[in-house]
Design a protein. Structure first.
Length: 413
């Protein structure tokens, strides 16, 4: 009989149209193929996501969906979290019915290991009645991201992510906008920081993508419990696509606060310093308010969500991807490097990658310096090709999924 692993996730891992979905899918593949687990999922779909298993990869044997949580139940949960001091985002995912469903599933599936996706689902660890090993996949330290978000002064301060789309408009605006939103985020940062410690102590192992953040969490815990499982990068053949002259871009879901803040930084402080003509393309889902906010920016084109990212990246000369705030490893930077593109980013974007600036990517914190680098690359396609080749060689060596799967062995799986 094969060993069994149940993964409790905050989203359906396919289609792989975001960095986190790619990671979840690849983790499942590695745990099945390398470690021999039969994989089942218990999924909390995004608010407008599908509730069926169409497109399920063959290495996942079962998919079960959490019961929908009503807007009223979420609001009651938020009120309770405000009084209890627990993270507000956990209240958006927690319900008695889903605790019972998860208990029933573990009794039927009898997993040897249960993995929990992010701090939002960590309370369900305490709902388990089995002796299965509990692994908390934090991805990154959300408390660090929130601290940087506050320091950056971002106008969109959502603590709920894309899942917040199912909230009443007034509640969503209170959580995500203005002075009240910043006060809520400041309190949430402290709540999440406490929760990361408490639930990590309760878990049998913790996964983070960044070695630096794993080391920091272990320091806070006073024990070696967190393991770095770095992101991998898939390396499909480079499409036979002609480079578009003086064209570059940014990849990101514009429902995400960090991507909107990064775009705002680029539009305000970098694009005005570039020598026209140029075309700056944005690939990723784009809400109407963000599109309207930036629609008159000279040279900017919104592509929206594209069927395949590979031909889009192949048509660019480079990726302009400074990150306004964030934590962990940045998928968009690694994907650009894998696509043989120079990635122009800052220290937040390059954090944890370990590539050499000027050789395998370009790292500058000053917007003026990033603009100078972008102008130089716009005028020098050969330099783009040289840095792009070095970038792809680097990520091929350092960020293969097989290398990432090796790290799971440190969890004694």
């Amino acid at each position: 009989m094969s060993r069994r692993l149940l993964f409790v996730t905050t989203r359906l891992p396919w289609p792989e149209n975001s960095g986190r979905k790619v990671s979840l899918t690849q983790y499942c593949r590695g745990l099945h193929e390398r470690y021999g687990y039969e994989i089942a999922l218990f999924v909390f779909p995004e608010w407008d996501g599908a509730r069926d298993a169409e497109g399920k990869p063959p290495f996942i044997s079962q998919v079960h969906f959490a019961a929908p949580i009503s807007r009223a139940r979420k609001c009651v949960g938020l009120a309770g979290a405000l009084l209890s001091g627990k993270p507000l985002q956990q209240a958006l995912y927690t319900s008695g019915k889903n605790r019972r469903l998860l208990q029933q599933l573990t009794e039927e599936f009898k997993p040897d290991v249960v993995m929990f996706d992010m701090i939002r689902l960590a309370p369900y660890m305490k709902a388990l009645r089995s002796n299965a090993r509990r692994i908390l996949d934090l991805d990154d330290l959300l408390s660090v991201r929130y601290a940087r978000q506050l320091k950056a002064g971002a106008s969109n301060v959502s603590i709920a992510g894309y899942y917040a789309g199912g909230l009443p408009t007034l509640v969503d605006r209170a959580l995500c906008r203005g002075a009240l939103g910043r006060l809520i985020l400041k309190a949430e940062q402290k709540r999440v920081e406490r929760a990361e410690i408490a639930y990590s102590r309760h878990a049998d192992g913790v996964v983070l993508v960044s070695a630096e953040e794993a080391k920091e969490l272990n320091r806070r815990l006073g024990e070696e419990k967190a393991v770095a499982v770095p992101l991998g990068v898939s390396l499909p053949p480079t499409p036979d696509v002609t480079k578009q002259p003086r064209t570059f871009g940014f990849v990101g879901n514009m429902h995400v606060a960090a991507n909107v803040a990064s775009l705002d930084l680029i539009v305000r402080e970098i694009l005005p310093k570039l020598t026209p003509p140029f075309t700056f393309e944005i690939a990723g889902p784009i809400p109407s308010d963000v599109r309207a906010r930036f629609k008159d920016t000279p040279g900017l084109t919104f592509l929206g969500e594209v069927p395949s990212l590979a031909p889009v990246l192949a048509s660019w000369q480079f990726s302009l991807c400074p990150i306004a705030f964030g934590s962990g490893l940045k998928t968009k930077v690694l994907e650009a490097m894998a696509a043989e593109l120079p990635a122009l980013t800052n220290t937040v974007g390059a954090e944890g990658i370990g590539a050499e600036s000027g050789k395998e990517l370009i790292v500058e914190n000053d917007p003026c310096a990033l603009a100078r680098a972008a102008n130089a690359l716009l005028d020098d396609p050969l330099a783009c090709q040289r840095i792009g080749r070095e970038a792809r060689t680097f990520v091929t060596r350092e960020f293969s999924w097989e290398r990432a799967f090796d790290a799971f062995s440190h969890l004694n799986l």
